[in-house]
Design a protein around this ligand. Structure first.
Ligand SMILES: C[S@@+](CC[C@H](N)C(=O)[O-])C[C@H]1O[C@@H](n2cnc3c(N)ncnc32)[C@H](O)[C@@H]1O
Length: 268
């Protein structure tokens, strides 16, 4: 069973998926468009979360195409009305057999970061492509979240302390918070060609949509943070800071990496 730190059954998950969709889908759609995705493509979306990108892939490939969306816990995505050519599967990418092969496009956003077996999984996903097919892996680099404005120095220090503890907690669960900066190298090592990447980031002011990601994540694992020495008062002050418009922090940069399986290039 995956050690994924943010159980989809938790109440905070809706907030997390809502931020990912509202703040990052535009960057992800731009990255996916660069593959040339179009009608008739067969796509695999791993760890689809709330399902917004699986839905979008379904629109782009149309009824003559097919999209498989997986998640270890697909309950959130299941509430979405899915087109007939999009199927949603409960599936653990670290254990279960791949749900098909010869895909034109395989996509995963913010999934491998959480998996200790991320390099093996990346190779597995590359192997699920047809020759000439595209792998798109999008990951955060959680090591670059500078505080851009704060009511005072102690607020910035509080953010660094509590956020640092959250990163330690993720690492203890097997995640690699800096994975985003390693994806291009991993794709090259997996034998993919035409590897390119773009990075998307923005300023997140207190009280805004994006910074709610920190709220959802911190609230969900607050008990684990206290085990790392963060006091309940510090957690409360941190959550209050996230609502303060004088506080502005850089979003997690999302690195969108594309690579192609070598071999014949099938024109579609
Ligand atoms: C941070 S969320 C990202 C969701 C979505 N990809 C997005 O970017 O909006 C990570 C997702 O990966 C799923 N996940 C975690 N471990 C997994 C595994 N071993 N196999 C498949 N999905 C997994 C989680 O259930 C969750 O939905």
């Amino acid at each position: 069973m995956s050690p994924y730190a943010f159980d989809n059954a938790a109440t905070q998950t809706a907030g997390r998926f809502s931020v990912l969709e509202s703040r990052y889908d535009i960057a992800s759609r731009n990255a996916l468009e660069r593959t040339g995705i179009g009608p008739g493509w067969r796509c695999l979306e791993i760890g689809g979360g709330g399902g917004s990108l699986g839905d979008w892939l379904g629109e782009r490939v149309g009824p003559e195409g097919a999209v498989t969306v997986t998640d270890i816990e697909p309950a959130r995505a299941a509430s979405r009305p899915w087109a007939a050519h999009v199927r949603l599967l409960r599936h653990d990418i670290t254990r279960d057999p791949l749900p098909g092969d010869g895909f034109d496009l395989v996509h995963a956003r913010l999934v491998l970061l959480h998996l200790p077996e991320r390099l093996r999984v990346l190779e597995l996903l590359a192997g699920a492509l047809r020759p000439g097919g595209w792998l798109v892996v999008e990951e955060f680099d959680c090591g670059w979240t500078p505080v851009l404005a704060a009511p005072d120095d102690s607020a910035a220090l509080l953010f660094e302390r509590v956020h640092g503890a959250l990163m330690t907690l993720l690492e203890k669960a097997g995640a690699e918070p800096l994975w985003g900066r390693h994806v291009v190298r991993a794709m090259l090592r997996a034998g993919l060609t035409e590897v390119t990447a773009t990075t998307y980031a923005e300023a997140w002011p207190g009280g805004g949509d994006g910074i709610a990601l920190h709220h959802a994540n911190t609230e969900q694992v607050a008990h684990g943070l206290t085990e790392l020495g963060v006091t309940a008062d510090e957690v409360d002050a941190f959550l209050a800071l996230l609502a303060d418009p004088r506080f502005v922090v850089n979003s997690y940069p999302l690195i969108s990496a594309l690579g192609r399986r070598p071999g014949e290039e099938t024109a579609r």
